[in-house]
Design a protein around this ligand. Structure first.
Ligand code: ADP
Ligand code: ZN
Length: 623
């Protein structure tokens, strides 16, 4: 190894330790950093939470000159710049949230070389005053965040991303370019390399697995009730509830607040101001639960989100994995639960058919996009129906193989023996045929269970030959069987506004006895397994838990004073690590993961004092 290379190897670790307080690189980070330091373009494809930012932030701090970070969203920039400044790095953003005065001042500082990293939105690159600055500044690296925005096949196409290569061409010296994304499909990847004109880049894809996330799918008859049960395991935790529609957000949020939860909401129908306000409430821990449409989340770096509950099935696996992936970015256990109802398929189909995002495409291309979207939706439905390991299904979608079931998902947990449900399937099919496909799954389930409701009487389903044929069986189980029959094509789902269930294309095989139906179902006496939530990261003992709460309170106090989100002071993971290490001095404190030199200077002593106080109290108690 040359002297220069080994010199750099030392300093990149030093930077990691000193500014970010971490001891080791995560998979892929080191390769990407080395490549950028050596002047070679990179394309880093890593899942949300894998640590893409460090891949350009560390070279930015080591290299001479300025690194320009192109990022699609103001909220994203604000968060990142806030975190960098908190870590002692000089960084700034230039965007429309600044007043003209602030903007000019920031630009002047930038020209004077005050910042190592400058965040801009792509639209900024074509503006006169910015260009004037850029042409004279020493821009040694351009990092393109959320690089998939350049591809019209991705989900977040931003035409202004296409202007990036022009901008780079105009610079006096071509900087090294790093592109980063969490979208893994081959088409998007090729688009990024081609459209951003990356120069023989090092392309690195790290594993998409997020081992700390527990995945679960449920198909509850009463989603709100099931949500309450789930939230019961997450008291005091921060989490996100995604709904498919604005109306859904309003309803769920209102109910939660009425039931005493600390919740807020976010969707495109709210004013900018309310959105910002609600988002801040969530980020600063003033509200615990964010109920939102998919408009929420891009650029949210909050690392201590302990759960993501999808109240409805999203439109594709990419969206699902990205949204669910906002849980547990700190690496601590977190829960990702998805509620599925056939109605969600109908709603998503409507969204796809009425999608106006691609109006600049010609008719043939639009048709192609629509078909692709339909296919993606089918794969999403497949996830809800899969009886095997959910993680295996997700990773396979992204082209990754796993070594067998993960043992950390509801698919793996619920893996009972396959049960023969042929008789049940016949009863349900009989009811579906009798109804002429006019009713939803709920009413069919009520009919075969022999419910005596007004609705059943009015529908005439109490006259159906299989009325009451499954009277001893729980509603949950009947619905599971119906769901399983839909996935196998024994039942069909139709309808525009409500999903209606009728006999499917393979119904005959069951009714005439040619096919046996078997499914893996949870044992009857077991309640649907509640997704377990851990409030305190890792497995802390009782004394540690009490210390953890005190450190959390101290963190909150500091965060309030400084006007930054608590997790930016220290993450939950760092606090948990403090509880285990119980540092008594500066040196020991610096050994805690997430405590860098700069942060130690700012907060170290206060946290040491808190730990010391607790130790004395414990001693006092045992005497
Ligand atoms: P991404 O942009 O890939 O979604 P981030 O860059 O926001 O992810 O990183 C996610 C979290 O992981 C952040 O809290 C970050 O500080 C942390 N992190 C990144 N790299 C490391 C590392 N080498 N060791 C420990 N934590 C890390
Ligand atoms: Zn699994």
């Amino acid at each position: 190894m040359s002297k220069r290379a080994s010199g750099e190897a030392v300093s990149k670790r030093q930077v990691l330790r000193q500014y970010f307080g971490y001891d080791a690189f995560r998979p892929g980070q080191e390769e990407l950093i080395d490549s950028l330091l050596a002047g070679r373009d990179v394309l880093g494809i890593m899942p949300t939470g894998a640590g893409k930012s460090l891949c350009y932030q560390i070279p930015a701090l080591i290299k001479e000159g300025i690194t320009l970070v192109i990022s699609p969203l103001i909220s994203l920039m604000k968060d990142q710049v806030g975190a960098l400044n908190e870590a002692g790095v000089h960084a700034a953003y230039l965007n429309s949230s600044l007043t003209p005065g602030q903007y000019q001042k920031a630009l002047a500082y930038a020209a004077a070389g005050r910042y190592k990293l400058i965040y801009v939105a792509p639209e900024r690159l074509v503006m006169e005053d910015f260009l004037r600055f850029a042409l004279y500044a020493r821009i040694s690296m351009v990092a393109v965040d959320e690089a998939h925005c350049v591809s019209q096949w991705g989900q977040d196409f931003r035409p202004s991303y296409l202007k990036i290569p022009d901008f780079i061409c105009r610079l006096p010296v071509r900087p090294v370019v790093g592109a980063f994304t969490a979208t893994a499909t081959a088409q998007v990847r090729d688009d990024i390399v081609r459209l951003l004109e990356l120069d023989r880049p090092k392309v690195l894809t790290t594993g998409f697995d997020r081992p700390n996330l527990y995945f679960a799918v449920q198909s509850p008859a009463d989603p709100y009730g099931a949500a309450l049960e789930f939230l019961d395991g997450h008291r005091g935790d921060s989490g996100i509830i995604y709904c498919l529609t604005r109306k859904g957000v309003e309803e769920v949020c209102e109910k939660l607040i009425r039931d005493g939860f600390s919740a807020t909401r976010y969707h495109a129908g709210l004013s900018d101001e309310e959105r910002r306000h609600n988002q801040d409430d969530f980020i600063y821990d003033r509200r615990r639960i964010m109920v939102a449409t998919n408009a929420f989340g891009m650029g949210i770096d909050k690392s201590d989100v302990r759960f993501v509950l999808h109240y409805n099935m999203p439109k594709n696996i990419e969206s699902y994995y990205q949204e669910a992936g906002r849980a547990g970015r700190d690496g601590e256990p977190a829960d990702c639960l998805l509620f599925y109802r056939p109605q969600d398929v109908v709603t998503n189909r409507l969204f796809i058919e009425n999608n106006r995002d691609n109006e600049e495409l010609d008719a043939a291309a639009r048709q192609e996009v629509m078909e692709r979207d339909q296919e993606r939706l089918r794969r999403m439905v497949g996830y809800c129906y899969t009886e095997g390991c959910l993680r295996e299904y997700l990773l396979a979608y992204f082209g990754e193989k796993t070594d067998g079931p993960c043992r950390n998902c509801s698919g793996c947990d619920g893996q009972g023996e396959p049960v023969d449900v042929t008789e049940e399937a016949k009863a349900i099919l009989t009811a579906a045929a009798y109804s002429g496909g006019r009713y939803g799954a709920g009413l069919l389930a009520d009919a075969v269970r022999g419910a005596r409701t007004e609705k059943i009487r009015r529908s005439g389903m109490d006259q159906c030959p299989s009325y009451g044929a499954m009277s001893g069986i729980s509603a949950d189980r009947v619905r599971r069987i119906i769901t399983g029959m839909q996935s196998r094509g024994y039942l069909s789902v139709t309808g525009d506004r409500y999903s209606l269930v009728g006999p499917g294309s393979r119904a005959g095989d069951v009714l005439n006895g040619r096919t046996q139906v078997s499914m893996r179902l949870p044992r009857e006496e077991a309640r649907p397994k509640r997704v377990k939530g851990k409030r305190v990261p890792g497995a802390l003992g009782e004394a540690d838990t009490s210390l953890f709460e005190q450190l959390r309170a101290l963190r909150m106090e500091i965060a309030r004073k400084e006007g930054v989100p608590p997790y930016i002071v220290f993450s939950d993971k760092t606090l948990a690590h403090m509880c285990i290490v119980r540092p008594r001095n500066k040196e020991e404190m610096l050994s805690v993961s997430g405590v860098g030199a700069y942060k130690y200077e700012k907060y170290g002593e206060q946290f040491l004092a808190c730990i010391c106080r607790q130790a004395m109290e414990e001693k006092g108690r045992t005497k």
